[in-house]
Design a protein around this ligand. Structure first.
Ligand code: ADP
Ligand code: MG
Ligand code: MG
Length: 507
């Protein structure tokens, strides 16, 4: 028993230490790294497409390089991008900061005499700008000016960018992004949880130090249980989503034995663990409100993409190191065909208010409405209680019974009135509770031991083809974020500046 405890301690220490990695050490190791030359430029160019939104707004490296291009080319282009930055800050700011930013925007960008005057506006937008003052400076007016600015950038500036050395640099990064991913790309740390097809463990990207969680799906077990299609579906849905309230996928790859989904590391643990395994059972009300607001925002984001999440329960809500939560486990999610648009009414149907209410209940009461914690009851007994004891449940949930969702945005409920949703959506509301950085919020490693092996299953050519379809490597948006946040983006760009030129080759 002591030895088992020792194993766990060693695993925890290594895992916690990895999270406090010394980044200057990594920097030294990277000194010799350079960006690849884009192969077959025209093919690459066609592959990245020419969509402004994807190239200049959604992909983080694309956005950075487009901004760098704008700042370096013409004063009007520079003014436009700086103006958008400031407007964005203003939109999410509160109180005094907001007032200061408003004044700053008025004097720096809106006066014909100032250096950064946004003189490219035409028509209605120019008219609004002309009459803009402290009195009528509001979201509606600024939205119009923001849109007009984007329309301006989508035109000539965008076309010039596509011909510039900055875009050539972007293609180099896209080439780098396509690298093959294997086990060697990561260090592996302790197991954090167990799923139906294998374990979830912590991993770290060797050259950036970025921590992730790796969900491993045993290939033979997938085949045996007919789970292959579902695994691919989970991967395809995950890679489409880019939300602060849903687990993001960073890499999908495979090795001899497993398919691997590399996702955001949620080192704060799952809500089930928080409700039942940490001292006093249940969660404080301010936390319940905060988590429910984030979960609801995540669900609405999925609905806006026509995706239905069907696995709502505390163990699938995970906390990150800052104390923000995300929905995980999209294995049961389905994407509806676009022509079956989720209408407002349809959304209500899928919102399943009783499930949300049940979750809130469990967070507060640390038990299910119709089943006590650790109570052993048959399923049909739970069903009976659910049907017959309903009034008892509603009496107990008097706080949350107000939670009646009828067509409108569920977050308009009085339940959420203490939260600024606009700021919450941008991840700017401080969490009411922050995990300790020296605690591992997971059960001991020995509780996840799995010895079973599917020896009777043989994998064939068809399986291999399927595994290849799954193993697409880095997911653009997440990978680019990792490059920027780890400093690799700035580093490699400056290596490039000192070394070879970066002239467009396809001209
Ligand atoms: P399954 O689909 O088989 O249920 P899950 O995706 O729910 O698998 O993962 C199983 C468990 O692993 C979760 O309940 C959670 O405790 C842990 N886990 C999953 N994803 C992460 C993550 N991104 N970060 C930390 N722990 C995770
Ligand atoms: Mg699960
Ligand atoms: Mg699942």
């Amino acid at each position: 028993d002591d030895l088992v405890g020792m194993d766990n301690l060693v695993a925890n220490t290594a895992y916690l230490r990895a999270q406090q990695i010394d980044r200057t050490e990594l920097r030294k190791q990277r000194l010799t790294m350079t960006l690849p030359k884009p192969r077959r430029c025209s093919a690459q160019q066609a592959a990245v497409g020419q969509k402004y939104e994807s190239l200049c707004e959604q992909q983080p490296i694309g956005k950075k390089l487009f901004q760098q291009f704008l700042l370096a080319s013409k004063p009007q282009y520079a003014a436009a991008t700086m103006f958008l930055e400031e407007l964005n800050k203003w939109s999410f700011a509160e109180d005094q900061t907001r007032e200061k930013l408003q004044q700053h925007i008025l004097t720096e960008f809106c006066q014909p005499a100032s250096k950064c005057f946004i003189s490219y506006l035409r028509g209605e937008a120019a008219e609004i700008l002309h009459h803009l003052s402290n009195k009528n400076f509001d979201e509606e007016q600024m939205d119009k000016i923001r849109e007009a600015t984007k329309d301006f950038l989508k035109g000539k500036p965008f076309l010039e960018y596509l011909q510039s050395s900055f875009f050539y640099r972007f293609l180099q990064w896209k080439e780098f992004e396509k690298q093959k991913i294997t086990d060697k790309y990561f260090y592996e740390f302790r197991t954090l949880g167990r799923g139906g097809f294998g374990e979830v463990c912590a991993v770290q990207v060797k050259h950036t130090g970025q921590m992730y969680a790796c969900k491993k799906l045993n290939k033979r077990r997938l085949k045996k249980k007919g789970g292959e299609r579902l695994a691919l579906l989970e991967k395809q849905i995950l890679e489409k989503i880019n939300s602060l309230f849903i687990i993001n996928l960073a890499y999908a790859y495979d090795n001899q034995t497993h398919l691997c989904l590399v996702m955001d590391l949620m080192n704060g643990g799952d809500l089930k663990f928080h409700i039942y395994n940490l001292g006093k059972r249940g969660i404080r009300m301010d936390r319940v409100i905060y988590y429910t607001a984030q979960i609801t925002t995540g669900i609405l984001h999925l609905h806006s993409m026509n995706i239905v999440y069907r696995d709502m329960k505390p163990e699938n809500v995970l906390l990150d190191g800052k104390g923000q939560c995300r929905l995980s486990d999209l294995g049961l999610a389905v994407e509806l065909p676009m022509d079956e648009k989720l209408t407002k009414a349809g959304t209500t149907g899928y919102m399943a208010p009783e499930i949300l209410r049940q979750d809130i209940y469990e967070m507060v009461a640390a038990r299910l409405p119709f089943k006590d914690f650790r109570e052993k009851v048959q399923n049909d007994e739970v069903t009976r209680r659910t049907l017959e004891d309903k009034s008892e449940y509603f009496k107990r949930t008097s706080i949350v019974c107000v939670f009646n969702i009828r067509g409108e945005d569920p977050r308009k409920q009085a339940f959420f009135q203490s939260i600024n949703l606009h700021r919450l959506e941008a991840g700017l509301v401080e969490p009411p509770w922050v995990p300790k950085s020296n605690v591992v919020y997971a059960k001991d490693t020995n509780e996840f031991k799995d010895v079973s092996e599917e020896v009777d299953i043989q994998l064939n050519h068809k399986d291999e083809n399927f595994f290849q379809e799954f193993s697409t490597g880095a997911v653009s948006i997440q990978w680019q974020k990792e490059m920027i946040e780890s400093g690799v983006f700035d580093e490699l760009n400056s290596h490039q500046m000192n070394g070879q030129s970066c002239e467009p080759r396809w001209k």
